[in-house]
Design a binder for this molecule. Structure first.
Ligand code: NAP
Length: 395
């Protein structure tokens, strides 16, 4: 029986993980849970799963949850809160496997502490590898415990990598759907509206990740994740646009063989793969081969999708550059969504922040978080200047 901690149990990945646990009651048990502010769902999850320990974002919500559980006659569940509570959930002695699925840098410290505590990690949180990948992967190598990717592209690469050895890999191919502006000429990028950018052709996702898909920054983050997870230089990590999103990613070996991973588009499958690795177990998550019709591939336009180019540049230097890339992107995307900067302002803000950020290599998560805060402040300054300039020009 594998005893699982879920960081971000109320989110999309967290809930999919609980569905997997539900489908395999003889294999998995919920040991601990951590969530943010969705108190009602946390309560339901605790009543259903009876974890040893649960953490919620605020002290006030934790007190309310304790009282609610007492009224419901639920005993034996310790309730804690905040960042320290999430770390406790991730490092609890009863936990064998940690699913890291908190969104943003809030998931960083607990994931790092879980790696340090020798837990096996199923990693969904992108920021962990983009901002602190060098620290986290070094620690996981020291511990001799795998970091198993849940992000579908990296999960696909992980599966394909099993077809050869690392030194036999020529390159990996990350597939990208291309987003809503795949066929939009660059000359029209200046007038892209928030509504257009939020209208992703295939996926319904959160607002930041939808905009990151439109700029291809999301793919840029995945390039960085791949470099760090698989210990590859950026030259060996390629992006290929594949609008059908049928092939989740590919690995090309030195003999010219290409292994591609195809499966149903359902995050439960990469979660199941990570949870059962190195075994595979039967599932009903089937892909219809007879439905396979057309597979198109083309290179991304790096000139049009400048954010992807910036991600390659940031990972080549590493350290604070990738921390700044993520932080500046988050601030710039928020500014675009509230109408403060144009679509092209996202890339120009990130570029300006990267230019001002030295490639210092952090030695602790605290340093990463301080680099993150600095980059956010810098991005806000760049945006303020941009907005001021625009209002001056408009008067
Ligand atoms: N969804 C996907 O298909 C997918 C695919 C690949 C990778 N990922 C990555 O996986 C991560 C999770 O994605 P998601 O789609 O599951 O996100 P989501 O639905 O937005 O869920 C985020 C989770 O993080 C929790 N959370 C937020 N701030 C927190 C804090 N300060 N302390 C503790 N918990 C906190 C939220 O809690 P509350 O809701 O209770 O506030 C929620 O449980 C992201 O990094 C995403 O990029 C997602």
């Amino acid at each position: 029986m594998k005893r699982i901690a879920i960081l971000g149990s109320t989110g999309s990945i967290g809930q999919s993980t609980l569905k997997i646990v539900e489908s395999y009651p003889d294999r998995f048990a919920v040991a601990t849970l951590a969530a943010g502010n969705n108190a009602d769902l946390v309560f339901e999850q605790v009543v259903r799963w009876r974890p040893r320990l649960v953490s919620i974002a605020s002290e006030e919500s934790a007190a309310q949850l304790r009282a609610r559980l007492e009224r419901a006659g639920v005993e034996g569940v310790e309730v804690t809160h905040g960042a320290a509570g999430t770390v406790k959930v991730a490092t609890h002695p009863d936990v064998d496997f940690v699913v890291s699925a908190i969104v943003g840098v809030a998931g960083l410290e607990a994931t790092y502490e879980a790696v340090k505590a020798g837990k096996t990690i199923g990693l969904a949180n992108k920021e962990c590898l983009v901002a602190a990948g060098e620290l986290i992967t070094a620690e996981s190598r020291r511990q001799g415990k795998p970091l198993l990717p849940i992000d579908s592209e990296h999960n696909a690469i992980h599966q394909c990598m099993r077809g050869g050895r690392l030194h036999e890999v020529e390159r990996v191919w990350l597939t990208a759907s291309g987003g809503p502006f795949l066929h939009t000429p660059k000359s029209q990028f200046g007038s892209i509206t928030v509504e257009q950018a939020l209208n992703h052709p295939t996926w319904k996702m959160g607002r930041r990740i939808t905009i990151d898909s439109a700029t291809l920054m999301n793919k840029g983050f995945e390039v960085i994740e791949a470099c760090r997870l698989f210990n590859l230089p950026p030259e060996q990590v390629k992006v290929v646009v594949h609008p059908q999103s049928t092939v989740h990613s590919m690995v090309e070996f030195v003999d010219g063989s290409l292994l591609a991973q195809i499966s149903v588009t359902d995050m439960r499958l990469p979660i199941l793969y990570a949870l059962t690795y190195p075994d595979r177990v039967e599932s009903d998550l089937r892909f219809s081969v007879n439905g396979l019709r057309q597979l198109d591939f083309c290179p991304p336009d790096m000139d049009k999708f400048q954010c992807l180019q910036l991600a390659y540049e940031a990972v080549a230097e590493g350290g604070a550059k990738t921390v700044a890339l993520n932080a500046a992107d988050e601030v710039a995307v928020a500014a675009f969504l509230e109408g403060s900067i144009p679509f092209l302002g996202i890339a120009s803000t990130i570029q300006a922040v990267l230019k001002e950020t030295p490639a210092l290599h952090a030695e602790s998560i605290e340093q990463v978080l301080s680099q993150d805060a600095e980059a956010r402040a810098l991005a806000s300054d760049v945006i303020r200047t941009h907005v001021t300039k625009r209002s001056v020009t408009n008067t």
